[in-house]
Design a protein around this ligand. Structure first.
Ligand SMILES: C[S@@+](CC[C@H](N)C(=O)[O-])C[C@H]1O[C@@H](n2cnc3c(N)ncnc32)[C@H](O)[C@@H]1O
Length: 265
């Protein structure tokens, strides 16, 4: 009998951020295929007898090509396994979950989903920096800072350089200099607040507060290494850790400073 593949979001790291559905699917699995950003505590929730297959990138191993991962999943399902395909964050946000699902669907293999808390949401709750806030950000955009195969950063810089929207950059640590430069070139101020957060929601979490004009240098000087998320926009000033607590942004938005600060005290 053919098995099935459960595409499970493992969240940003903290085991408590796993959904009940993800937990159940993991416990019902007899094979787990997992990425680098899936924490050992979460993997440990799979039955000890379940086959464990690591397909992430690590400093000591070559990355497993996506085509190979697709085949591994299909082969395990064809052998009758109930496969937990564990991905960091949410499988459908920069997770290639939809590519895997399409490959499996073409072969008639059943796919189920368990959404996960994406890194941006984990970072927001860990730091107390909201992604939207009345008067400061009317929306939020998630973008990838990873270069395409041809080396370009193919983003719509004009539309991204909006003062009214929070921008969250995934996979941007290597290219933050270029990203910041393009945003400033399209009109964002060099003093636009930025929070860089590494390993959000894990015991290794680090947060750095900066501004667009110097975030590349600050990131380099702090030695931040992936996984890092950049949150760019006025909402960063709501952090109790923001150095300019009586910020101009708060005054401009007519939000009493005390409101923003109390919320995170
Ligand atoms: C391939 S993407 C996967 C995103 C994932 N599917 C999600 O929804 O969060 C990997 C990138 O997500 C971000 N990321 C994932 N987990 C993170 C964490 N705990 N802290 C900071 N950034 C994280 C980093 O930008 C990292 O390079």
């Amino acid at each position: 009998m053919t098995g099935k593949v459960c595409l499970i979001g493992a969240g940003p790291g903290d085991v408590e951020l796993l959904t009940l559905r993800a937990h159940r699917m993991l416990q019902e699995s007899d094979a787990a295929v997992y990425d680098r950003l899936v924490s050992p505590e979460i993997l440990a929730l799979a039955p000890p007898s379940a086959k464990k297959v690591f397909v992430g990138k690590s400093p000591d191993s070559h990355p497993v090509p996506q085509e190979k991962i697709n085949e591994i999943l299909a082969d395990l399902a064809d052998e009758g396994h109930t496969v937990a395909r564990l991905k960091g964050g949410d499988p459908l946000i920069f997770g290639r979950g939809s590519e895997e699902a399409a490959y499996l669907a073409e072969r008639g293999i059943e796919v189920e989903y368990a959404p996960g808390i994406t890194a941006a949401q984990g970072a927001a709750s860990a730091s107390g920096v909201p992604l939207t806030h009345r008067g400061l950000a009317t929306g939020v955009r998630y973008v990838t800072g990873h270069r395409q195969a041809n080396g370009s950063l193919d983003l719509d810089w004009k539309s991204l350089a909006s003062e009214e929207t929070t921008l969250v950059v995934y996979m941007g640590v290597a290219n933050i200099g270029q990203i910041a430069m393009r945003l400033v070139a399209e009109g964002l101020s060099e003093t636009t607040p930025v929070m860089a957060i590494a390993n959000a929601t894990t015991p290794r979490e680090t947060r750095l507060y900066s501004e667009l004009g110097r975030v590349a240098l600050d990131t380099r000087d702090a030695g931040l290494k992936a996984p890092v998320l950049f949150v760019i926009g006025k909402v960063v000033t709501l952090s109790a850790e923001w150095p300019q607590a009586a910020s101009e942004f708060l005054k401009m938005a007519e939000v009493p400073c005390a409101t923003g600060l109390q919320a995170h005290a």
